[in-house]
Design a binder for this molecule. Structure first.
Ligand SMILES: Cc1cc2nc3c(=O)[nH]c(=O)nc-3n(C[C@H](O)[C@H](O)[C@H](O)COP(=O)(O)OP(=O)(O)OC[C@H]3O[C@@H](n4cnc5c(N)ncnc54)[C@H](O)[C@@H]3O)c2cc1C
Ligand SMILES: NC(=O)c1ccc[n+]([C@@H]2O[C@H](COP(=O)([O-])OP(=O)(O)OC[C@H]3O[C@@H](n4cnc5c(N)ncnc54)[C@H](OP(=O)(O)O)[C@@H]3O)[C@@H](O)[C@H]2O)c1
Length: 248
């Protein structure tokens, strides 16, 4: 049984009509960057709970989450209506194994995300702990429109602070822009454009790929990596090169 504590909203920020972030205070137990909490609201006598990844560093007590309003969704439209001072329920303990401790030794760590699933990577990179063992980190955020790149300023700031170790790449699927790759992650791996943009290769000899977000992106990317790069799913009992977290 989940142990629920009350969180108080301290800030709401709408990036677009459908993308928003909430910042809250809550007496949670420490979490590990990359993990998620469950957030809940009591709606018509029923507690509606869903998983959401922490965006903030575990060292920051302002808890931040990044959401998209799922049309007809039961919880996300209600979370979007919250205002500063409102409360919600949050699990005291975080969950999940999409964390650096689960990633084997490698030279290049690829962090590939769609939509709101940039969150766990921002938490990991903002904390900046245990990243010395990687020579290169490539953070990729794939969205429909460039206006969905809500955290681009933070990504740019992180790129600067990592002084050459971190490369950021944005991918936009539904419009052409000068500053982002156009298309979808699996196709951009297949045609080599993602690696060209990063100036690094994705290879089982020196890379590990973390995939987060849209389950179809996770599946299609894993298929491409398995068939064209001979990379394998990473399991604790059978080490490989691909770790993933699906959002639905
Ligand atoms: C480990 C984990 C971490 C997650 N972290 C986040 C997060 O940081 N931010 C976030 O916005 N969501 C996140 N999600 C998704 C979130 O838990 C909910 O599924 C989402 O908010 C929809 O809930 P809802 O009640 O509004 O919709 P529901 O009433 O549950 O119905 C939504 C239906 O829409 C689909 N759906 C669910 N999520 C999405 C989505 N993001 N995009 C498109 N379709 C979707 C599914 O098919 C689902 O059946 C995460 C999920 C998991 C498993
Ligand atoms: N983002 C918006 O502007 C917007 C607006 C209104 C409502 N919504 C709703 O919000 C929910 C989530 O939308 P979202 O835009 O955050 O996430 P999303 O639909 O998962 O799209 C994010 C990115 O993932 C890509 N993608 C989808 N399937 C893929 C696959 N199989 N392989 C590789 N990449 C793939 C998309 O490309 P494609 O564009 O090619 O699919 C897009 O670039 C949806 O229910 C949507 O209806 C979003």
């Amino acid at each position: 049984m989940a142990n629920w504590v009350t969180g108080k909203i301290i800030e709401t920020r709408f990036w677009t009509e459908t993308l928003f972030s909430l910042t809250l205070n809550a007496p949670i137990k420490p979490f590990i960057a990359g993990q998620y909490a469950k957030l809940a609201l009591d709606i018509e006598g029923e507690r509606i709970q869903r998983a959401y990844s922490y965006v903030n560093s575990p060292d920051d007590d302002r808890l931040e989450f990044y959401f998209v309003i799922v049309p007809e969704g039961r919880l996300s439209p209600k979370l979007a209506a919250l205002k500063p001072g409102d409360s919600l329920q949050i699990t005291e303990d975080a969950a999940g194994f999409f964390i650096l401790d689960e990633i084997p030794e490698c030279k290049t760590l690829w962090m590939l995300s769609t939509g709101t699933a940039i969150g766990p990577f921002l938490s990991i990179l903002q904390q900046g702990k245990n990243l010395d063992r990687f020579e290169h980190i490539v953070l990729v955020h794939a969205v429909r429109y460039s206006s969905d790149l809500s955290y681009l300023p933070l990504m740019e700031q992180l790129q600067q602070s990592y002084a050459g170790k971190l490369k950021i790449i944005t991918v936009v699927s539904r419009e052409k822009t000068g500053s982002s790759l156009m298309g979808r992650i699996p196709a951009l791996i297949e045609n080599g454009n993602l690696e060209t943009a990063a100036g690094l290769s994705i290879s089982p000899s020196d890379s590990h790929v973390m995939l987060c977000g849209n389950p179809e992106m996770v599946r299609d990317t894993r298929d491409i990596l398995q068939s064209t790069r001979e990379m394998k799913k990473h399991l604790r009992r059978k080490p490989g090169h691909i770790s993933s977290e699906q959002y639905w």
